[in-house]
Design a protein around this ligand. Sequence first.
Ligand code: FAD
Ligand code: SF4
Length: 337
Amino acid sequence: MRPFAYLRAHDPAEAVRAASGPGGPPTSAPSQFLAGGTTLIDLMKLDVMRPSQVVDINDLSDELGEIHADAAGLRLGALARMADAAVHPAVLRDYPVIAQSLELAASPQIRNMATLGGNVLQRTRCNYFRFTDFAECNKRVPGSGCAALHGVNRKLAVLGVSDRCIANYPGDFANVLAALGAEVGIAGPSGARRMAFEALHRLPGDSPDVETTLRPGELITGFFVPAGPWTRRSLYLKVRDRQSYEFALAAAAVALDLEGGVVRQARVGLGGVAAKPWRSREAEAVLTGRRLDEPAAAEAARAAFAQAVSHGENAYKIELGRRTLHRALLQAARMEV
Ligand code: FAD
Ligand code: SF4
């Protein structure tokens, strides 16, 4: 691990001030916030992330660690721990898809440490990115190429990829935020702002090293998930190589507002298969106004993957992703709410 300066911030303004400065994309900026550290420290040890300064934000937990639900929706502080959000009574009752996406992630020890803000900013698990012995990785070294295009890519993405990078976004919770139309709260050098969560992550395009639309020094303060008649009938289905402590090969986040078996509104997210947290408006459009039966679920699943592109080893993900969504939809339709 390389030497770095350590600073402990006592309020959001101090954290933002400390992290502002010459930059580059926030995910590779010389100043990094330290929340749970379960991604950052890992990547610093691997020499993939090389911040010269680490700004510890754990003292902001009182201010930014709250979980609060009311008639308008659910507010989740960026410093709330994954484990706490997963067992919060209002989350379990009214937003089961959120609780499940957190509960099915990582391990109990990691969930106790890891925060929601850090969770959405986790980096891809593409091995060519994580191990510096590999020379070609446009995400780690812009312009160096993409070894995964013709290499080991079994776990990588089939949606939203480019010819510069086919890495998948590995997290779970963020797919739910995208599906439920959440907003993200941000504090920065020029004040506070809010934007659609879906606009936080970028597609790889020509510059896969630029992963988010955060500006230098910006701190995520929290998330707002609007209430809706679909949030109670919701679930997260995650398919992986083993049943525990493993990232998704494919996942579906589904939330439905049904009346007499007919879909009034649907919210659909996908995980494990896409370059960023993914909402499938194509699947939602197929479902709206339809009776949710086998043919409708199958058609929605086909629509969700109509634009999918594979690169050899990961071709199976298209069918796996379809079947995961298909199953999740029928399972959600049968839920007692
Ligand atoms: P940190 O490591 O502290 O930070 C991560 C990044 O976010 C850093 O760049 C940091 O600067 C930045 N950051 C942190 N907080 C903020 C903020 N408020 N504003 C702006 N920037 C910020 N995740 C899943 O979803 N599903 C899984 O199945 C899963 N399995 C895992 C298995 C293992 C073995 C490991 C190690 C991790 C796994 N994870 C999984 C990822 C894990 O959930 C993340 O590492 C964790 O959520 C990151 O949160 P953190 O608070 O530790 O972030
Ligand atoms: Fe790097 Fe992306 Fe290619 Fe993986 S898929 S080697 S992260 S450029």
